[in-house]
Design a protein around this ligand. Structure first.
Ligand code: NAG
Ligand code: NAG
Length: 257
């Protein structure tokens, strides 16, 4: 029974600690706490806040704080000039929109508000982590194919789909980040996500096992001779020991000496 009483006291004690930590009545709730998005795109961060009493006089988002009470309102930050929009509603919602994102915008964004009451100031911690990435095409070559992968430095929020372009024409839409090419080509490729394009790559110079025939159709005279020719490529590191011409019916074999 003594143990049971001690337990109840402990529960009451922990409960009061929680109340002190959350600063009764003050809160900022962010809709999303972590965002990974593309360079050049637009991001919106949203939050809602509560406070115990008074009237809110100032609201802003910031990433930098130089000293106690020296916060840099994002709208006054020269690095964000002309790219920041605030929107608020009567339900204590506040949104931040940043356009034309740069990789240097990757940071922790926090919302702060001030009321007309003494000591009535609050910052929502920990804030929203924004990671801005560009799209890079990575090339992986095997003996028989080249796989192009559209890569990012963080996993894009919302699992968007990828579009692949070959010489600026769509070849794979609504797809995974990878595209595979099976033949030697001099075409150029790039990927895109939500209208943002990657760098373009050419897979020229990658060679696989591939044969190119000089003529694909030959019409010639009875009793004349014909020259059928081709050229072939193979991956470096291989040595050709045997070449064969064949038809469906028979094999014409010649061994390389
Ligand atoms: C910050 O910008 C607001 C307008 O968005 C302006 O009223 C205010 O004076 C600026 N503050 C500083 C410190 O420049
Ligand atoms: C803020 O963004 C959220 C989510 O995108 C949206 O539901 C809300 O209406 C926006 N609020 C304002 C004030 O723009």
């Amino acid at each position: 029974m003594g143990l049971r009483t001690a337990g109840s006291v402990l529960v009451v004690f922990l409960w009061s600690v929680t109340v002190v930590l959350s600063q009764k009545g003050w809160s900022v709730t962010y809709t999303t706490q972590s965002i990974c998005t593309l360079k050049g795109s637009t991001v919106e961060m949203s939050c809602s806040y509560t406070y115990p009493s008074g009237t809110v006089t100032t609201t802003f988002w910031f990433t930098k704080k130089y000293a106690v009470e020296n916060y840099v309102n994002l709208r006054n930050d020269s690095n964000y000039k002309g790219r920041v929009t605030y929107r608020s509603d009567k339900m204590n919602g506040h949104n931040l929109t940043i356009t034309d994102l740069r990789e240097s915008d990757s940071a922790m964004y926090k919302f702060r508000f001030i009321t007309d009451q003494t000591g009535g100031k609050y910052t929502g911690d920990p804030g929203v982590t924004l990671s801005v990435t560009d799209l890079q095409v990575k090339v992986t070559t095997t003996w028989w194919s080249t796989t192009l992968t559209c890569s990012t430095t963080c996993t894009l929020t919302g699992n968007p789909t990828y579009t692949w372009y070959r010489n600026s024409k769509i070849v794979q839409d609504d797809s995974s980040p990878s595209y595979t090419v099976y033949f030697k080509t001099e075409d150029s490729f790039y990927c895109a996500v939500k209208g943002i394009n990657s760098n373009a790559v050419s897979v020229e110079g990658h060679s696989y096992f591939h044969v190119t025939y000089t003529h694909q159709r030959i019409c010639t005279l009875k009793r004349s001779s014909v020259d059928i020719s081709c050229s072939y490529t193979y991956p470096s590191g291989h040595t050709v020991s045997e070449t064969i011409w064949y038809t469906k019916e028979n094999l014409m074999r010649c061994l390389k000496s």
